[in-house]
Write a protein that binds this ligand. Structure first.
Ligand SMILES: *[C@@H]1O[C@H](CO)[C@@H](O)[C@H](O)[C@H]1NC(C)=O
Ligand SMILES: *[C@@H]1O[C@H](CO)[C@@H](O)[C@H](O)[C@H]1NC(C)=O
Ligand SMILES: *[C@@H]1O[C@H](CO)[C@@H](O)[C@H](O)[C@H]1NC(C)=O
Ligand SMILES: *[C@@H]1O[C@H](CO)[C@@H](O)[C@H](O)[C@H]1NC(C)=O
Ligand SMILES: *[C@@H]1O[C@H](CO)[C@@H](O)[C@H](O)[C@H]1NC(C)=O
Ligand SMILES: *[C@@H]1O[C@H](CO)[C@@H](O)[C@H](O)[C@H]1NC(C)=O
Ligand SMILES: *[C@@H]1O[C@H](CO)[C@@H](O)[C@H](O)[C@H]1NC(C)=O
Ligand SMILES: *[C@@H]1O[C@H](CO)[C@@H](O)[C@H](O)[C@H]1NC(C)=O
Ligand SMILES: *[C@@H]1O[C@H](CO)[C@@H](O)[C@H](O)[C@H]1NC(C)=O
Ligand SMILES: *[C@@H]1O[C@H](CO)[C@@H](O)[C@H](O)[C@H]1NC(C)=O
Ligand SMILES: *[C@@H]1O[C@H](CO)[C@@H](O)[C@H](O)[C@H]1NC(C)=O
Ligand SMILES: *[C@@H]1O[C@H](CO)[C@@H](O)[C@H](O)[C@H]1NC(C)=O
Length: 732
């Protein structure tokens, strides 16, 4: 169901109906900081010329490509096409990744449903092609593999089998992840592991990073141990390889190593570039082994970046000219292996980047480490704050010591650290609330009429009470007065307070604040400032009292019509029902949902009214609008409609009662269950009826003989005209 329908309904009085229709989903551009200026704003013309193919997105003069395409305009193939190999069918796969056969293990084997073979897509002499398929023994399980690891075995088969067994990340349990992590750890540490074993192991880790399993101590231990091994591996790779650089890139994990001469290198920069998806691909990973400074020219297409500067001058010359420095980088798609107790992460994605440096001489200490991370913002949110951290293995949590914050230029969070370990930028976001104009023209006219109508009606009834005319039904007038007062107070509160006066969006973002404190949560919710919650609670209470008094009044009329005298203590009972029940409901709702540091459990941020939608902007039955308002009001309405059907009178009287009983609110419920044109019609009817409810009450009052008599007396008094003989014998 669309968010705006709920907005209309939840607003009680149809504000901003028209703007909501047109503006449905205007994305709010995430402004990272107000002070930063993208360098690309200087040269925008390129964006107009650029045309991206194959679903690429032009951004700041560069095409951001989908996984399967590359090149300046995303027109170069970056995949192996679907192919039949050795009796297995492999789907289209980006270069560097593994494909799994469409043929699955048969039911009855322990690996039932798992692919029978895997093949890696490689770029051989510039043209993409699959490597020979690796066949999986369908009866193997992870625990079998664990047992076989202790005896000399064919590591390649074990590595492939583990990879295939973990290929469906969503099916993995915590035990599976633990077992797989232990196997992979052993494989990577094994002196006999060949390159293909390592690649397969890295691919397995990449798959494990996609598993969604609950927090599990044993699993945390195994996966955290894996990160230590990966750090070592990233440096060791360069030592065992003939080439000076090597790289394994899988969708969620990059392991890069390099060996550089220590003598005349200034610095090293490792960069992961952006794609439409967040996946890692070999063509998006770049290493510059001789960078004198961070290259930020294209920073807007970088996703994560690390720059390590080595001591210059005499230090460099004092190093032996032929000695080498080994470097290793590991980039994780998320922080799944780094489970923090200090930082509560619910929806944000945190990339973790690690750098390891090892030289032949022990004193090759990086002088300066600079990092940049691009937050992957969820739709409708913007960056609020971040902290630069590293993983402290003895503390088993993030720590900020030795790290400091930079600015957020080009939407990249900048960090500096004086050591090299597993780094991350923890960040928090906040919702981009759409503070629509609360009151549309229809509502203003309707509410003004209602306001005036109610004032006149209330004055009339008060006068009636004081004049104590015989035919006045005092108890009925009293309960009607309660309805009118509630409605009037509701309108006044609504007009003056429904628009949030202390809007979160007006509070400055914190990204320029350089104090690097550890964030406690990825969601930023401003603590309550009180006024908006007070308005919401008052509106909640007043609308509930209006409905309760409608019912009390209706019941009372029915009892009197049936010529029965009202029960004893009726006044007391009606007070308890009319004021007490709503107060109780509001108190319970507040007690259950409201917290000072998270007021949005009770109310909305855009309007001071009850919360209705969940995080995905869908209506939620767990939110107070449903159970704290719609449900009780719905029950009252059903009761009122039953009351109404008991009267069986003229159309006018029926209409009168319907207005008094608030039956027009049925349209609100019809809005919820209809769609298309009917929905629009009901929305408009609901809007018209509710805003003008007070005015209807006035019209009804104006048609009563007592009111006409009072009016004519006033006119008579004011104009001192000749006395009118009409008396007020008509019974009401
Ligand atoms: C952000 O910091 C970098 C390096 O510290 C600096 O070069 C750049 O000018 C800064 N940008 C802004 C907008 O302050
Ligand atoms: C994963 O663990 C479950 C039990 O938690 C087990 O039944 C299943 O066989 C395991 N899967 C693999 C591939 O070992
Ligand atoms: C490594 O290989 C050697 C010979 O190739 C073998 O003797 C040794 O047992 C192997 N080690 C492991 C752990 O498999
Ligand atoms: C693994 O162990 C099983 C028995 O548990 C054995 O049948 C199988 O041949 C072994 N596989 C390898 C690759 O060594
Ligand atoms: C990992 O999971 C996400 C969502 O759960 C999915 O979009 C993505 O394709 C998965 N990646 C791989 C490599 O399976
Ligand atoms: C975690 O792993 C370490 C070794 O890496 C081990 O000493 C410790 O007992 C393990 N803890 C748990 C809870 O498994
Ligand atoms: C890396 O090399 C060091 C020493 O050269 C060794 O102790 C360590 O086990 C190796 N680690 C891996 C994962 O190869
Ligand atoms: C690195 O660059 C500097 C100048 O920018 C140059 O003098 C030096 O030789 C380069 N080092 C290597 C290893 O290419
Ligand atoms: C440093 O690496 C180069 C290749 O990159 C190699 O030729 C040279 O022998 C290495 N030096 C040492 C001391 O390992
Ligand atoms: C985010 O918003 C854009 C444009 O408003 C839309 O195309 C995209 O589907 C949205 N993504 C998600 C995950 O909702
Ligand atoms: C990591 O945490 C431990 C225990 O809290 C502390 O003693 C140690 O200094 C920390 N390490 C770093 C590098 O801050
Ligand atoms: C890093 O900075 C912290 C705090 O600024 C300091 O205590 C620590 O000694 C520094 N470490 C190095 C290796 O410079």
């Amino acid at each position: 169901m669309d968010g705006w329908v709920w907005r209309v309904f939840t607003l009680a009085i149809c504000s901003a109906t028209t703007t909501d229709y047109t503006s449905s989903t205007v994305p709010i551009t995430a402004t990272i900081t107000t002070t930063t200026k993208s360098p690309t704003t200087v040269t925008p013309p390129t964006t107009t010329v650029l045309k991206c193919d194959n679903g690429g997105k032009p951004e700041n003069g560069v095409c951001i490509c989908p996984d399967e395409w590359t090149g300046v305009t995303c027109s170069e193939e970056n995949f192996c096409g679907e192919q039949q190999l050795g009796g297995f069918r492999f789907p289209r796969t980006p270069i560097g990744w593994f494909a799994y056969s469409e043929e699955k293990c048969e039911v009855g084997t322990s690996g039932a449903g798992k692919p029978q073979a895997s093949a890696r897509c490689l770029s051989i002499n510039g043209s993409p092609g699959f490597s020979p398929p690796q066949i999986f023994q369908c009866d193997l399980t992870l625990s079998d593999i664990q047992k076989n690891l202790t005896s000399p075995a064919d590591l390649e088969t074990l590595a492939t089998s583990t990879q295939i067994l973990t290929s469906k990340a969503e099916e993995l349990t915590a035990e599976n992840v633990t077992a797989a992590a232990e196997i992979v750890n052993t494989l990577l540490l094994s002196a006999n592991a060949t390159e293909s074993v390592r690649v397969s192991a890295v691919a397995t880790v990449s798959q494990l990073l996609n598993a969604t399993v609950p927090d599990d101590t044993k699993e945390n231990n195994a996966t955290l141990g894996l990160t230590v091994t990966l750090d070592q591996l990233s440096v060791n790779l360069s030592l065992s390889q003939k080439t000076s650089q090597s790289q394994v890139v899988q969708p969620n994990l990059v392991v890069q190593s390099a060996q550089i001469p220590a003598a005349d290198t200034h610095g090293v920069q490792f960069t992961s570039f952006r794609g439409i998806s967040g996946n890692f691909l070999p063509n998006r990973i770049h290493l510059n082994t001789n960078a004198t400074q961070v290259v930020v020219e294209n920073s807007f297409i970088a996703d994560a970046l690390i720059y390590i500067r080595f001591p210059p001058g005499e230090d460099a010359r004092s190093r032996q000219t032929d000695s080498n420095v080994s470097l290793g980088f590991v980039l994780y798609q998320n922080d799944r292996f780094f489970r923090s107790k200090l930082y509560m992460r619910r929806r944000a994605t945190i990339r973790v980047l690690s750098a390891s440096v090892r030289g032949q001489e022990p004193n090759v200490v990086p002088q300066h480490v600079e990092m940049m991370f691009r937050p992957r913002l969820i739709n409708g949110t913007s960056l609020y704050d971040f902290s630069c951290v590293f993983w402290n293995y003895s503390q088993k949590d993030w720590s900020t010591s030795g790290c400091s914050k930079g600015n957020t230029s080009d939407g990249l969070m900048r960090c500096f650290c004086n050591h090299t370990t597993n780094f991350a930028a923890l960040w928090s976001y906040r919702e981009n609330y759409e503070y629509a104009e609360a009151l549309g023209a229809i509502s203003i006219v309707g509410l003004s009429l209602s306001f005036l109508g109610l004032i006149v009606t209330i004055i009339h009834h008060i006068k009636e009470i004081f004049q104590k005319e015989e035919q006045t039904n005092l108890i009925s007038v009293q309960s009607r007065l309660c309805i009118y007062f509630s409605l009037l107070a509701f309108i006044i509160t609504f007009v003056s307070g429904v628009q949030n006066s202390s809007r979160q969006i007006d509070i400055e973002v914190q990204t320029d604040d350089r104090t690097n404190n550890l964030l406690v949560s990825d969601e930023r919710v401003e603590p309550d400032r009180g006024s908006c919650t007070a308005v919401a609670a008052l509106l909640h209470f007043l609308l509930m009292t209006t409905f309760m008094w409608n019912s009390v009044n209706g019941t009372q009329i029915l009892i009197q019509k049936m010529r029965r005298s009202l029960p004893p203590l009726w006044t007391l009972l009606s007070m308890a029902l009319g004021w007490g029940v709503p107060a109780l409901i509001v108190a319970i709702t507040l007690g259950v949902t409201y917290r000072v540091d998270n007021p949005l459990g009770y109310r909305q941020e855009e309007f001071c009214w009850l919360a209705a939608l969940d995080k995905n902007k869908h209506f939620s039955f767990e939110k107070p609008l449903f159970w704290g308002f719609l449900l009780p009001v719905g029950l009252i309405l059903i009761y009122n409609i039953i009351l109404l059907s008991c009267f069986r009178k003229s159309f006018l009287e029926c209409f009168t009662l319907a207005v008094l009983l608030g039956v027009s609110w049925v349209f609100g419920y019809l809005v919820l269950i209809t769609s298309g044109t009917m929905n629009l019609v009901f929305s408009i009817l609901f809007c018209l009826c509710t805003t003008t409810q007070g005015f209807h009450i006035f019209i009804i009052t104006a048609t009563t003989p007592t009111f006409r008599a009072a009016m004519s007396r006033s006119v008579q008094y004011l104009s001192s005209a000749r006395p009118i003989r009409r008396n007020t014998r008509t019974r009401s």
